[in-house]
Design a protein around this ligand. Structure first.
Ligand code: SF4
Length: 351
């Protein structure tokens, strides 16, 4: 971590930042949202709950995560129960949350922590666990164990860029500068609250669009607000255009009316998940000699991945061949851990 913070305005000195922290915490104690993984102000957080929430919240909103979190904790109330569960059971509860590699990593992390015999508290040990990088380790260390560290996510970067009018565009340099400034917010105590308060301010008040500066506890010292330039921060990078891929998925039934599924390998996109045979996932229809096409859906399904956009044509077909594979009664499809994209396919076949 750099030694000293970068302030655009030299009038803002460390004592002022400490005052900012006090204003922030007062606001947080009065306005924070209730979340099932968030401990009451005077209670000690449950590290397992914090861990599960951190994995679920990656790429997903708090409101969307709450019902998944509650179902997950009801089924796996302790880290030991999660470690002992099968990966298929974990996937079944993760259905709809997307990014299944997170479920797999969470399961592996639970096994690793149980093998350690103690829940790691420091960033360096946490970073050795599956799927835990610099952000998640800082977040767990701060929120669950009150360590003086501060996670920097998109919300925190946005608050920092506006508060200190940081002129770096979104990206790694803004991240570094935010880290540089934000570590002052972490103190010897109440760090669990400081970390959550900054994130909460970004989510509820200092929102990407139409921030609520008039009720912001930091408005008095906010450089962007005081110079009426809030809409200029954070400075945006020009977005790279994502490549587009085109593929076909086959909803194949046999004489029993069962549907063919394939299990993805344990590495790569949709690892260990069940999918319908799909051309961009190693399926070639030529491998099925007696395939009769029943219907080709004219409107392809559009799906956005982090590194490409997919247009997927759905074909319903039937076969009389006894093809080896996983044949499932349509009513049982919900028991298999399938990615959201495949649920869209199932829905399309019913139109
Ligand atoms: Fe964000 Fe406005 Fe608060 Fe500044 S005053 S931190 S821009 S909400």
């Amino acid at each position: 971590m750099p030694a000293s913070p970068v302030f655009v305005n030299s009038d803002i000195t460390q004592p002022n930042v400490l005052t900012l922290r006090e204003h922030l915490l007062n606001w947080y104690f009065a306005c924070k949202r209730t979340m099932p993984w968030r401990a009451e102000i005077d209670k000690t957080p449950n590290p397992y709950h914090v861990l599960v929430s951190e994995f679920m919240l990656q790429q997903t909103t708090v409101q969307a995560v709450i019902p998944y979190f509650e179902r997950f904790i009801a089924r796996f109330p302790t880290i030991e129960t999660l470690a002992e569960a099968s990966l298929d059971d974990v996937y079944a509860l993760w259905q709809g949350l997307g990014y299944y590699s997170r479920a797999k990593n969470l399961h592996t992390t639970a096994i690793q922590i149980c093998a350690l015999g103690t829940f790691p508290q420091d960033i360096e040990t946490l970073k050795t666990l599956a799927g835990i990088g610099p952000y998640t380790s800082a977040s767990i260390s701060a929120i669950a164990f009150d360590h003086p560290t501060m996670p920097v996510d998109g919300n925190v970067m946005r608050v920092m860029s506006r508060l200190f009018a940081i002129s770096e565009p979104k990206g790694s340099k803004l991240f570094e500068q935010s880290q540089n400034v934000v570590h002052i917010f972490s103190g010897k105590q109440d760090n669990t609250h400081s970390a959550q308060a900054l994130m909460e301010l970004g989510a509820l008040v200092c929102k990407p669009k139409n921030p609520l500066c008039e009720i912001c506890p930091l408005a008095h010292d906010c450089q962007a607000f005081q110079t009426q330039s809030v809409d200029q921060y954070p400075i945006l990078l020009v977005k790279a255009v994502k490549p587009k891929r085109v593929a076909t998925t086959y909803f194949i039934t046999n004489q029993d009316g069962h549907v063919l599924l394939m299990k993805r390998p344990d590495k790569g996109l949709f690892s260990n998940m069940f999918i319908f045979p799909t051309t961009c996932f190693d399926f070639d229809p030529v491998s099925l000699p007696n395939l009769t096409i029943l219907k080709q859906h004219t409107k392809p399904i559009k799906h956005v991945f982090s590194h490409f956009d997919l247009e997927l044509t759905v074909i319903c077909a039937e076969t009389t061949d006894a093809i080896p594979g996983i044949w499932v009664a349509p009513a049982d499809l919900a028991k298999y851990g399938m990615p959201t994209l495949m649920h869209k396919v199932t829905k399309a076949t019913k139109i």
